[in-house]
Write a new protein. Structure first.
Length: 171
């Protein structure tokens, strides 16, 4: 009985710590969450938001494409600048055969599965670490459906509101 109580106490303390980390530092919580996602995709290479940000400052001579695998509802709030949706990518797959493919979703879980499937087909695909939420932490540029810069980001649901203060979460 004491062991069970101790285990529950430790578990509760851990849960409270996670909640506090989320409240105090969404960036820390985003990194921690992605580390858990990464356990599922150990075999999949990832690409950091910082590295993508540096690439995106050029004129895309580096031979990469960004693919958003989130739902159309999420994409209607915002996308990472220069990204295409999964359907567009699949319609034109042959055009991207020799490019790096950087795939993202909200945090990296859905994009991890898609990245794995692309790698199995022979593509040089990478999962964007921490997804679009990680992108907000480096102040990456987001576009709305009209192609205008926006600070809104679809955060999937309230518990996933892990963006930074200058972005507005939409659920």
């Amino acid at each position: 009985m004491r062991t069970v109580k101790a285990f529950l106490g430790i578990g509760l303390l851990g849960l409270v710590s996670i909640v506090m980390a989320c409240i105090i530092s969404p960036k820390t919580f985003t990194k921690t969450t992605y580390a858990l996602v990464k356990l599922e995709f150990k075999d999949i290479p990832d690409f950091s938001s910082t590295a993508l940000h540096h690439l995106s400052k050029g004129n895309n001579d580096s031979g990469y494409i960004i693919v958003d695998v989130r739902t159309p509802e999420e994409q209607n709030v915002s996308i990472i600048a220069d990204a295409i949706d999964q359907a567009s990518f699949e319609r034109n797959q042959a055009d991207y055969q020799d490019q790096k493919i950087i795939v993202y979703c909200t945090i990296g879980y859905r994009s991890g599965f898609y990245t794995r499937s692309l790698r199995q087909k022979g593509y040089e695909a990478y999962n964007l670490s921490e997804g679009i939420l990680g992108w907000t932490h480096i102040k990456g540029r987001l576009l709305n459906p009209k192609g205008q810069t926006t600070t809104q980001v679809h955060a999937y649901s309230r518990p996933w509101n892990l963006g930074v203060k200058h972005y507005t979460a939409v659920f």
